[in-house]
Design a protein around this ligand. Structure first.
Ligand code: TEU
Ligand code: CA
Length: 545
């Protein structure tokens, strides 16, 4: 496989609304990001994936775009966007923009035109269907944000399709004019010097609504190949598609370089294994490490020689990793480091979500009124109206609500964690006095410096990037372990995923080996005996070759 710059890169995701507020209006902004670029340089990341900063009514915090070629005033200006691209480049950091083209905002001029009349030239930029004879919705398809996927537009007497909020009408990708408009916008951003795109719910753009097919539609890969050829194909950029529906086989279709589609995708199988089959993330099941390891091994094995994996624990839609998979309490530091080690030595490109590098945790606000996320609020209303007790739904929001990831970045122990000089748009997690970047930078044993070491190792250890993946102790219910091999380089990564100490019988190939301890969340281990006693959440990587 031809080596690409993003094979050994580490991406840092910024949710701009919650990252850093420079102008004191309680909302993060571009100037705030520029002010924190040196912090990211210290961490050593090579790319920033910037969640949307385009003009938007903010119905879904910017994932509802009304002008793809302008910046939302609350985030700043195009000049500041150009300054961010330039300032990041000075620190050898690329900016990857969030491409949200499954839908627009209902305030986008295309939709404002489309809803004026049935024969408006922009009408079939979107998906319209007549009511049924009794005036009801065309079919039973549902929105991810609750309710029907069909919204009635009285002015023209038809319904329009929206898989997300009713203010996020789906674009009609069967219309070549839509493709050309999106390609033109993408090239406009590429010409401004961005380093690529994260593609929002890209597995939805090939949908066939009349067939009730929304994910992995019949034209999806043809659309991506056309997009590649018309925009980023000849540019050395990173493209990552959000694909909740991807399987390993489908991921190879997206990321096999010979197919000229994308660099990689975000798949979510390791996330949704704790979701209830019927109630999804709102009724989470217990984490089963053996099930988790099987999923990781399946993906590492499937894309070993074709395509490329992304590696992540969390993002702006997911709960905080240390709360979901580790221990946000007594063993917060040990478990956060363990999770970082277990992920960063896998084969693929790692993504660090803002605050993950300092072990930020989920939040528990007292009242539903403290929550802001449209998904949580809509589903709270819908599910409690359907009889789900308030307390049960709140537990679902505590476990998996998206606001967990959106509480303001905790910079220091001053008021509002140094995020803003005024009232933050979403309450700061009260644990910011103990958990903040300033304290982390000053503590050589912090989670931050553990991430910094992992990120630096990626540039030093070819086996970490291009080595093969071999699982170890696959049947063990408490330990996740594997090795990476490249030539005579051999790295063994062993992690205790729980607070209970573990005594491992070592196989012949590991008994008595000596090597260089690359990272550890306890004291360094350079040599293994016949057995291995692991402390709570103990995790280390040993270079044996
Ligand atoms: O998310 C896609 C998406 O489906 C998630 O919202 C997911 O369904 C949910 O969080 C799990 O229950 C993308 C963006 O990442 C998200 O922020 C947007 O809200 C959504 O698309 C619409 O653009
Ligand atoms: Ca601001």
């Amino acid at each position: 496989m031809e080596t690409k710059w993003w094979h050994d890169a580490v991406v840092y995701q910024i949710y701009p609304r919650s990252f850093c507020d420079a102008n004191g209006d309680g909302i993060g902004d571009l100037a705030g990001i520029i002010a924190r670029l040196d912090y990211l340089r210290t961490l050593g990341v090579n790319v920033i994936w910037l969640s949307p900063v385009y003009r938007s009514p903010m119905d879904d915090n910017g994932y509802d775009i009304s002008d793809y070629c302008d910046i939302a005033p609350e985030f700043g200006t195009l000049e500041e966007m150009d300054a961010l691209i330039a300032e990041a480049a000075r620190r050898e950091i690329r900016i990857v923009m969030d491409l949200v083209v499954n839908h627009t905002s209902d305030e986008h001029p295309w939709f404002v035109e489309a809803r004026k009349s049935r024969d408006n030239p922009y009408r079939d930029y979107y998906i319209w269907r007549a009511p049924q004879a009794d005036g009801s919705v065309p079919d039973v398809q549902r929105s991810y944000f609750g309710g029907s996927a069909w919204e009635f537009d009285a002015a023209t007497g038809e319904y329009y399709f929206h898989l997300f909020s009713k203010r996020q009408p789906d674009l009609n990708w069967a219309n070549p004019k839509v493709q050309r408009e999106v390609h033109r916008m993408m090239n406009w951003w590429l010409d401004r010097g961005i380093g690529g795109f994260r593609m929002d719910v890209i597995d939805l753009i090939g949908k066939d609504v009349d067939a009730g097919v929304t994910t992995n539609g019949p034209r999806l890969h043809a659309l991506l190949r056309e997009m590649n050829a018309a925009t980023f194909g000849e540019r050395d950029v990173l493209t990552v598609g959000e694909a909740w529906s991807a399987t390993p086989e489908i991921a190879k279709l997206y990321s096999d370089p010979l197919r000229r589609e994308l660099s990689m995708v975000f798949q979510f199988e390791h996330i949704t294994i704790t979701w209830d089959p019927e109630h999804g993330k709102w009724a989470p099941r217990a984490f089963d490490l053996r099930e988790f390891k099987q999923v990781i091994t399946k993906w590492q094995t499937a894309l070993a020689d074709t395509g490329w994996n992304s590696l992540f624990w969390n993002n702006h839609d997911l709960p905080r990793a240390v709360s979901k998979y580790g221990d946000p309490g007594r063993y917060r530091v040990e478990s956060a480091k363990m999770l970082a080690t277990a992920l960063h030595f896998l084969k693929g490109t790692p993504y660090v979500y803002q605050g993950e590098e300092i072990g930020m945790t989920n939040v528990r606000f007292d009242s539903i009124a403290d929550y802001q996320d449209i998904e949580s609020l809509n589903l709270y209303r819908e599910r409690t109206a359907a009889g789900v007790p308030h307390a049960a739904m709140m537990e679902g929001i505590y476990a998996n609500g998206r606001d967990n990831a959106r509480t303001p970045m905790q910079w220091d122990d001053t008021v509002n964690a140094g995020f803003t000089a005024s009232t933050p748009w979403l309450k700061v997690n009260p644990n910011y006095r103990e958990i903040n970047a300033a304290a982390a930078l000053d503590d050589p044993n912090s989670i931050f410096h553990h991430y910094r070491r992992l990120i630096a190792l990626r540039k030093q250890r070819a086996a970490m990037v291009h080595g093969d993946y071999r699982p170890l102790f696959e049947a063990h219910p408490q330990v996740f372990a594997y090795e990476r091999n490249l030539g005579d380089e051999r790295i063994v990564v062993i992690s205790n995923f729980f607070a209970e100490p573990v005594e491992l019988e070592l196989p012949a190939g590991l008994r008595g080996v000596r090597g260089e301890c690359l990272v550890s969340n306890y004291d360094s281990r350079g040599e293994l005996g016949d057995t291995l006693a692991l402390r709570p959440y103990e995790s280390f990587a040993l270079a044996l070759g």
